[in-house]
Structure formats: structure tokens, C-alpha cells
Design a protein around this ligand. Structure first.
Ligand code: SAH
Ligand code: SF4
Ligand code: F3S
Length: 494
């Protein structure tokens, strides 16, 4: 397929696999198999990247550890979205110095979005000398080459140059779950929202080829995955760099037409190009979960323009109306930023009134955090911190009330749920998710994990639903119907 995005040649990927084989042979000579630990911060894209890092580490002969203790290789996959996330990483990476003193041959790696910020790379170079390897997200496919370089002790490795990114296919992956899987459909972001660091850390928008994505989903379904989330910073930009008329709604529908017993979700949708075509596909495809994360960021059109979001309050509300006209009980979640530079109290009130008007099922609320190198970080920001915090608290309080009210409406209904894990409370031995991704606690036999079951909702809190099995459940394939057919039922937040 002709395309504008560079694709890493197969020969370059094969070379990385040769490095893996070389390290595997070296590791095989050790008295015990070496262990590697990958710690992940940030968004689902980073979770998906960590699954690739673990896949590559396994190819290199490492056992994947689930804790830092005794690890021979530590990989910290970082997030730069807010100051707080970065401080946590610096604190935790700093603390690794003690383990390294006890075990000087330990290799410490830092990758992810922070690695792509010049001031962070400089600070690591100067003040975190126990960190051996630093590389940005666009270089992830070269991890075996870098690790080999460090392993053979050719000094510290910093691969943090600015990079628009390419598409790398054929990397080994080690998935964390057996029921739920991430599938990246595209990388990068071209939107340059004025507060956001992502376009600087993740490079330009680029799409994976539809055939490769669809065969990955087909294989996941065949292997029994039940819940597949398509990932991109803005999935609605999918296909712009591809030929053949591909866009996100077309990809989503093609994925939903694949055989198997699974449910599709996607993250994230930028409202400016969430189209009626997308809503139509969601409405007509039973395998597309009736849920959408549609970040609005602010209820004030003036603030939205300053954020470079390219939609107004009214346009956002129109999108929600168009969506609900097609799927009345769609689960709607969102992100919002409080205290954007120059936001007035009256503008904050518009955010509050928007959440009262829309009544999201759940809201991810953030206080604005200035990011070096973004335009918003240069704007005057007169509102005192205490006032921003008070506004934040009001917003959270309002949303908690709405979330609880939305949950209360579930009581007495029967929800088709995927039983997905073990609960930590003996009275609720299982956890499950509604099609809309809402957490349900219930009691039942562990053998049900991985199956769909009808669950009667009996109680709720702001954060979760509580229920009981509505009928003894049989393995879902023998039930002969789609587990996702309950399009009309209410499905709250992830
Ligand atoms: N690509 C996604 C967002 C990824 S970041 C999208 O556009 O929807 C997740 C959320 O973090 C954003 O939606 C925003 O609400 C928040 N965020 C991003 N940058 C921020 C900053 N500088 N300060 C506070 N919150 C921020
Ligand atoms: Fe950041 Fe905006 Fe891109 Fe989302 S769309 S990643 S908020 S720049
Ligand atoms: Fe964080 Fe990078 Fe994701 S900044 S939110 S890990 S894209």
C-alpha cells in the first residue's frame, strides 16, 4: 500500500531479532535465568508499549518479573502528561540507586514520553548516573540493539533525539491479560492542543495498515480474547496517511464484522472529528461497545479556543445530541481540565453547567499542569492555586453525585457482563464489566472467569455496581447469541 508514513523495513526488524538471539545466547550461559521488570506509568498506549517491551525482553531470554526485587533489568516506561506524573518517576528512579549499589551489573532503562523531553534527558544524564539507557517512544523497536550495547558495556546510551516516528511491525508482544487486549491502530498526534506535551513526545500521526490491524484482531478473537480496545491519541484521525479511503468508522466496522465472541472499544476520540458516520457504525454494530470517551476539556468556548481544541461548547453539545439520538443509553465519559491559564470563575461555571447538561457517566478531572515547550505554559496564569483547587473540588463533587445517580438507575436491571477477575472482598469473589465497561462486584464460582453472564444489579456506589448472577451461567458459545446484543441497556463508565 502506498502511504506517506515511513515504515521500518523488515530487514531492520530482523536485525533487532538477531540482537535478541545474541542476548538470549549470552543470558543462557548465566547460572540462573536473568529477570526483567517493566514498570508502566501513563496511558493505555504506554501499557501497550510495555507489552512490546516485555515481548522483546522475553525474546532476549529474560524472565518477566512482577516486582523490582532481584531484577537484572529494570525498565521504567514513563508519562509526561502532568508535573505530578514526572515527579513520581523522578522519585522512584532516584530510589533505584540503592539496588544498583548492591547489584552493579543491574541495567536500568528509562523510556516513554519523559525520555523525549530535552530537559528530562539532560537531568537524567547529569544527575541520575545509575540510569544506563534512555530512549524515546519512537525508538522502542530498537530496544534490543540498545540493551545489547549497554550489556556489552559500551557506556550509557541516550537515544532521545527528536523523532517524528515511523511504523514498526512484527515486534514480539507479551500480553498482560488473557481476556482483554490493546491494539494500537495509530501513533502520534498532530492536534497540538496548547496545553499538551503529547505531540512533542509521540511524533506525528501515523496509521498502521488496516489488513495488519484486522488480522491481529482476528487472531486475538480466535485465541479467546473477549474485550479488545483500539488505541490512538485520536482514533478519529485514523487513515489520513493511508491510501484506499480508510477512516476510523470503516476500520471499526470491518473489525466488528470479524468472526468471534468479542467486544470492541476505542480510545480516544477527539470531538472535533467524531463524526455521525462513527456514531452510525457504533449504533449498528453489536460488537462495538456502546461507550465512548469524548474529552471536552472545558465548557467555555473562549477557553476551548485558547486550548486550540477547534470546537465550541455548542458544537460539543450537538455531537452529544447526535450520538444519543442514535444510542440513547450510550455510556459517555470525558476528560476536563480545571484552571487553564486565564480561565475565569465565570468560565469555570460554564464547565460545571456543561457537566450538568450532559451528565457524563464518569469524568477524569485534572488541574492544569504547565508543560515546558507548550504554548499554554507561556500564558499569564493569574488564578491562585487555592481557587483552582476549590473549583476542582466543586467539579468532582458535582460529578460524583451524577455518577452515583447514573449508577442508581442500574439497580433492578439485568446486565450482560463479562466475568473478568477475582474480587478482593470475600463477599464478592468475582469482578465483572458491563458492556459499557462498568465495574460490577458479585459472588460466584471462579470457573466463570472469562464467560459472559447475566447479572442482576442490586446495589451501587459512586464507583461500582454490586450484583448477583441472574441465572446459572453456561459457556457463552453454547448460548448461541451475541453477548453484546443489549444495545439499549445503560452502560456506565470504564
Ligand atoms: N489524546 C487524548 C488525551 C491524552 S492525555 C485526547 O485528546 O483525548 C489525557 C488527558 O490529560 C487529556 O484529555 C487532558 O484532559 C489531560 N491533560 C493533558 N495535558 C494536560 C496538562 N498539561 N494539564 C492537565 N491535564 C492535561
Ligand atoms: Fe494532547 Fe490534544 Fe493530542 Fe489529545 S488531541 S494527545 S490532548 S494534543
Ligand atoms: Fe503520558 Fe505519553 Fe500517554 S505523556 S498520557 S504516556 S502519550
Amino acid at each position: 500500500m502506498n502511504r506517506t508514513t515511513p515504515v521500518i523495513p523488515a530487514g531492520d526488524i530482523a536485525r533487532q531479532k538477531e540482537y535478541c538471539a545474541e542476548l538470549r545466547a549470552l543470558n543462557a550461559r548465566r547460572p540462573a535465568p536473568p529477570r526483567a521488570w517493566v514498570d508502566t506509568y501513563g496511558c493505555q498506549q504506554n501499557e501497550a508499549d510495555s507489552e512490546l517491551l516485555r515481548g522483546m525482553l522475553a525474546e532476549m531470554g529474560y524472565q518477566i518479573a512482577d516486582a523490582e526485587e532481584g531484577a537484572d533489568v529494570i525498565v521504567i516506561n514513563t508519562c509526561a502528561i502532568r508535573e505530578h506524573a514526572e515527579q513520581r518517576v523522578f522519585g522512584n528512579v532516584g530510589a533505584l540507586v540503592h539496588g544498583k549499589r548492591r547489584n552493579p551489573s543491574q541495567i536500568i532503562c528509562l523510556c516513554g514520553c519523559m525520555a523525549q523531553e530535552p530537559h528530562v534527558a539532560e537531568r537524567l544524564k547529569q544527575s541520575y548516573r545509575h540510569v544506563d539507557l534512555v530512549f524515546g517512544p519512537q525508538q522502542l523497536w530498537r530496544f534490543p540493539e540498545f540493551l545489547r550495547r549497554v550489556y556489552l558495556r559500551r557506556g550509557r546510551v541516550f537515544e532521545t533525539q527528536p523523532d517524528d516516528g515511523a511504523i514498526a511491525e512484527g515486534l514480539p508482544v507479551r500480553r498482560s491479560g488473557k481476556l482483554k487486549a490493546w491494539v494500537s491502530i495509530m501513533y502520534g498526534c498532530n492536534n497540538f492542543c496548547s496545553y499538551c506535551i503529547v505531540p512533542y513526545t509521540r511524533g506525528r500521526e501515523r496509521s498502521r495498515e488496516p489488513e495488519i490491524i484486522l488480522s491481529e484482531i482476528r487472531e486475538l478473537a480466535e485465541r479467546g480474547y473477549k474485550d479488545i480496545t483500539l488505541l490512538g491519541q485520536n482514533v478519529n484521525s485514523y487513515g489520513k496517511d493511508l491510501e484506499g479511503g480508510w477512516d476510523f468508522p470503516r476500520l471499526l466496522e470491518a473489525a466488528a464484522n470479524l468472526p468471534g465472541d468479542f467486544l470492541l472499544r476505542f480510545m480516544t476520540s477527539h470531538p472535533k472529528d467524531a463524526t455521525e458516520k462513527l456514531f452510525d457504525v457504533m449504533a449498528r454494530c453489536d460488537k462495538v461497545a456502546p461507550v465512548i470517551h469524548l474529552p471536552f476539556q472545558s465548557g467555555s468556548s473562549r477557553v476551548l479556543a485558547a486550548m486550540n481544541r477547534r470546537y465550541t461548547r455548542e458544537q460539543y453539545l450537538d455531537k452529544v445530541a447526535a450520538l444519543r439520538a442514535r444510542i440513547p443509553d450510550v455510556v459517555l465519559t470525558s476528560d476536563v481540565i480545571v484552571g487553564f491559564p486565564g480561565e475565569t470563575t465565570a468560565e469555570f461555571e460554564e464547565t460545571l453547567s456543561l457537566i450538568e447538561a450532559v451528565r457524563f457517566d464518569a469524568l477524569f478531572t485534572f488541574i492544569y499542569s504547565p508543560r515546558k515547550g507548550t504554548p499554554a505554559a507561556e500564558l499569564p496564569d493569574p488564578m491562585p492555586k487555592a481557587e483552582k483547587s476549590a473549583n476542582f473540588d466543586r467539579l468532582v463533587e458535582a460529578q460524583n453525585r451524577i455518577s452515583l445517580e447514573k449508577h442508581q438507575a442500574y439497580i433492578g436491571t439485568v446486565q450482560r457482563c463479562l466475568i473478568d477477575g477475582v474480587g478482593d472482598d470475600p463477599r464478592h469473589s468475582l469482578t465483572a464489566r458491563t458492556a459499557g465497561g462498568r465495574l460490577v462486584h458479585l459472588d460466584g464460582d471462579g470457573a466463570l472467569i472469562g464467560q459472559y453472564a447475566d447479572v442482576r444489579i442490586t446495589d451501587c456506589s459512586t464507583w461500582a455496581l454490586f450484583g448477583e448472577l441472574a441465572q446459572p451461567s453456561k459457556p457463552s458459545p453454547s448460548q448461541g447469541r451475541s453477548p453484546i446484543s443489549s444495545k439499549g441497556a445503560p452502560f456506565p463508565c470504564p
